[in-house]
Each structure stands twice: as structure tokens, then as C-alpha cells.
Design a protein around this ligand. Structure first.
Ligand code: NI
Length: 146
């Protein structure tokens, strides 16, 4: 495992759309393990592939003491509205309020390709949306409200 460099805002890779993961192999596991190590090394709560220069639809998150690995996550349903402050390992010390759904249901695959769904509210819903945005080249600073 290795701590990878976290790309910072201004880097073009952060603005690209990540590709679906189709092969679930050891290489994927190595990437996911590196993402965990990198996220914890920088005290993050979530990290998406593009943030470490990997344009694949992979997210790791540690929210409410729950470790989640999401490969090819898709939002199936979102409800309500919640406005809270966010930050991002790719945006330095910038923080800002972002409007997100209060509750989302997400479908994803684990590192072995098995599909699961997760429903999260409030902070978990926010993190899921924030990380999935990364896979589409969107940063929270694009969405902050004054
Ligand atoms: Ni982020």
C-alpha cells in the first residue's frame, strides 16, 4: 500500500468524467487500498479516484464509523434538502455551504463486484453526493451558496 498524492483544484484531472470499473481484479484492490491509506494520511472522510489521478468510478468513505467502498456508485433516489458546510482534500482550506439532498439511496458494487444499495441521511447523504460528484468532474466549490 502507498499514500498517493492528492490532486488540488486547478488540476485538469479533477474535472474529467471517470470511467466505469469493469474489471474486478487485484489491481483494483490495490487502488482501493491505496485510496484508504491516502484518505487517512490526510485525515479525510472520503476520497474519490480522480483525486489521486485515477479516472475510475471508485470512492472510499469513513463516515459515522462506517467504512464504505463504492465502485460504480449511482444515486437511485434522493429526497429533501439539507444545507451544510463542506470541505474537500482537493480544495485546501476552502469551506463552503452546499445544498444537498437530505436522504439518498445509492447503488454500488464492492471491490469484488457484488452489488449493494445503501441509504444515507444528512451527513452520510452529503458525503455520498460529494464523492459521486468527483466522479463527474464536479467539486463542491462549484456549488457553494453565499
Ligand atoms: Ni472532495
Amino acid at each position: 500500500m502507498a499514500v498517493r498524492e492528492v490532486l488540488q483544484v486547478g488540476d485538469d484531472l479533477l474535472r474529467k468524467t471517470s470511467k466505469e470499473v469493469k474489471v474486478f481484479d487485484e489491481k483494483l484492490e490495490d487502488i482501493i487500498d491505496d485510496m484508504w491509506e491516502t484518505m487517512y494520511a490526510f485525515n479525510g472522510m472520503g476520497l474519490a479516484g480522480p483525486q489521486v489521478g485515477i479516472l475510475k468510478r471508485i470512492v472510499v468513505m469513513d463516515v459515522n464509523n462506517m467504512r464504505l467502498e463504492l465502485v460504480n456508485p449511482v444515486i437511485l433516489k434522493s429526497e429533501g434538502v439539507d444545507i451544510e458546510e463542506e470541505g474537500c482534500l482537493s480544495c485546501g482550506k476552502i469551506r463552503g455551504k452546499v445544498k444537498r439532498p437530505m436522504k439518498v439511496t445509492v447503488k454500488a458494487q464492492d471491490r469484488y463486484g457484488y452489488e449493494f444499495t445503501i441509504t444515507g441521511e444528512k451527513y452520510l447523504a452529503r458525503c455520498l453526493c460529494h464523492e459521486i460528484d468527483h466522479l463527474n468532474g464536479v467539486l463542491f466549490i462549484d456549488k457553494t451558496i453565499k
